[in-house]
Design a protein around this ligand. Structure first.
Ligand SMILES: O=C(O)C[C@H]1C=CC(=O)O1
Length: 92
């Protein structure tokens, strides 16, 4: 099952720059591991925003929820998930 996820990150004002930097390091490790496993097929920065579009290739809605809720920044993210089906004109 293929899903597009849009993740928007907003950190609360009480977090320090050092705490945010720690989240970014943890996020990079988690995201890298998902990409190496193939569960996360790609991630793109949305130009001009602290947000991304990511593609996930997972077995179920439950698996996607587990993956998304495991992001270290999950408490600070708004996530919109769009399920994708094969387009009839796709040649791949
Ligand atoms: O920087 C971001 O867009 C936030 C975050 C979500 C996944 C990831 O790898 O980074």
């Amino acid at each position: 099952m293929i899903f597009l996820a849009r993740m928007d990150v907003t950190f609360p004002a009480h977090l320090t720059a050092a705490q945010i930097a720690d989240f970014q390091v943890e996020e990079k490790e988690y995201s890298g591991s998902l990409q190496r496993s193939g569960k996360m097929a790609g991630i793109w920065r949305i130009v001009g925003e602290y947000a991304n579009h990511s593609i996930f290739d997972v077995e179920s809605n439950d698996e996607l929820h587990q993956i998304l809720s495991g992001f270290p920044m999950y408490p600070y993210m708004k996530i919109k998930v769009t399920p994708l089906a094969k387009h009839p004109n796709s040649i791949s």
